[in-house]
Ligand binder design. Structure first.
Ligand SMILES: Cc1cc2nc3c(=O)[nH]c(=O)nc-3n(C[C@H](O)[C@H](O)[C@H](O)COP(=O)(O)OP(=O)(O)OC[C@H]3O[C@@H](n4cnc5c(N)ncnc54)[C@H](O)[C@@H]3O)c2cc1C
Ligand code: FES
Length: 353
């Protein structure tokens, strides 16, 4: 008998003695980060950055394939007994010697996962991980002149890049309410002191919001720079318009942490049935079905919550839903899948959850 056949027979025997659990379930208990297990990570440290932001140091399991600076990772965290998935940009350099990675999270008012991670996460906690993904990254050849335009927690993917690459000429314009709200402020100022970065901080509490039309006063050659921008929708919308109006839209790369909701106002919702769980609730036509399901206590898979990762796709069994980004209606047909994070009820509907 070959060694593969022997191994498979031994595994079958193990399955018989460990039933109803599987051998892998026992292995998960003793070695959750081993190769072959669902990808997990262990929180090894939590470092406060500002009053409401913290860096979480994670040891990824054996299956982790690494990342490119600027990418994000989806993590699954148990909050009050419910597994919730969110996306976070990786802030560690790609060549960190100890193999650990970091994310940096800003707690937002009423935010379930961000507050849990910043204020309650403890070293030793296991989380679920996906592989890193995302195209908010530098090209293979680092551009000669770079501009980073960031606000609030939007600094995180950019910090991942600044820690990874030495630039010839890089300028950053970063907005935060006050100096003490600037995440990574000391490290940024060290880079400035070493002449590795030119930085303008805009403190919006005293300076007011950054007017993109006046960006040229801060960075006269902005249009010549390859630019990466990450921050609230208002800033990114204004930047996209500005770059387009000046005929250089291809020089601007943006990363959004929240989806742009185009459908607003009273567009009518309907009764939503989660047929697997056996729950029915009323929903308006503007709330994502992901939120409707979570609110009703239905186990809803999710990831980025903004229509990019497809971590939330679910069969639509009956009825119709509206895509909140475009207003487009999708009606149930055999095999039709919807992204619950960007779809709302458009009349009565049945979601297979
Ligand atoms: C690609 C990607 C990368 C990301 N990287 C980071 C990162 O590096 N650091 C980081 O802190 N966050 C990051 N985020 C945002 C993060 O995924 C969560 O959306 C955020 O932490 C809020 O989750 P929550 O569970 O705390 O809030 P929820 O409980 O989901 O929401 C609470 C309330 O806040 C609103 N809300 C949800 N998300 C946001 C938001 N981003 N800003 C303002 N209001 C919001 C909701 O509409 C709701 O009213 C990223 C998102 C994406 C898509
Ligand atoms: S949660 Fe990422 S696409 Fe819906």
């Amino acid at each position: 008998m070959t060694s593969t056949a022997l191994r498979s027979r031994a595994w079958k025997l193990l399955e018989m003695v460990t039933t109803p659990l599987l051998p892998s379930d026992y292995l998960d208990l003793v070695s959750p980060l081993r190769a072959g297990a669902d990808l997990r990570g262990r929180i090894e440290a939590v470092h406060p950055e500002t009053d409401d932001a913290a860096t979480i140091v994670i040891r990824p399991g054996r299956g982790w394939r690494g990342h490119t600076a600027g990418q994000y990772v989806r993590i699954g965290v148990d909050v009050d007994g419910v597994r919730l998935w969110r996306a976070y940009s990786l802030t560690s350099p790609t060549n960190r010697q100890d193999g650990r990675v970091t994310i940096t999270v800003k707690a937002i008012p009423d935010g379930k996962v961000s507050n849990h991670l910043v204020r309650r996460a403890r070293p030793g906690t296991l989380i679920q991980l996906d592989q890193a993904t995302g195209d908010f990254v530098l090209p293979e050849t680092t551009p000669a002149k770079v501009l980073y335009l960031t606000a609030g927690s939007g600094i995180t993917p950019v910090m991942g890049m600044l820690r990874d690459v030495e630039f010839d000429d890089v300028v950053m314009v970063h907005c935060a309410p006050r100096p003490q709200d600037v995440i990574f402020r000391d490290e940024l100022h060290d880079l400035v002191a070493d002449r590795k970065l030119r930085l303008t901080e805009v403190h919006t509490d005293t300076d007011g919001m950054l007017e993109i039309a006046r960006l040229g006063e801060l960075v006269p050659d902005w249009a010549e720079r390859e630019t990466w921008a990450c921050g609230p929708a208002g800033l990114l919308d204004a930047a996209e318009k500005h770059w387009s109006e000046h005929g250089v839209p291809e020089r601007l790369h943006t990363e959004r942490f929240r989806t742009g909701i185009a459908v607003a106002g009273d567009v009518g919702g309907g009764e939503v049935t989660f047929s697997t769980t056996g729950k029915t609730v009323d929903a308006d036509g503007a709330t994502p079905l992901l939120d409707v399901g979570e609110e009703a206590g239905v186990l809803m898979p999710s990831g980025c919550r903004m229509g990019i990762c497809f971590g939330c796709v679910t069969p639509l069994r009956a009825g119709a839903v509206r895509d909140l980004r475009t207003g487009e209606i999708t009606e149930a047909e055999p095999g039709v899948l919807i992204q619950t994070c960007v779809s709302a009820a458009a009349g009565p509907c049945d979601i297979e959850r």
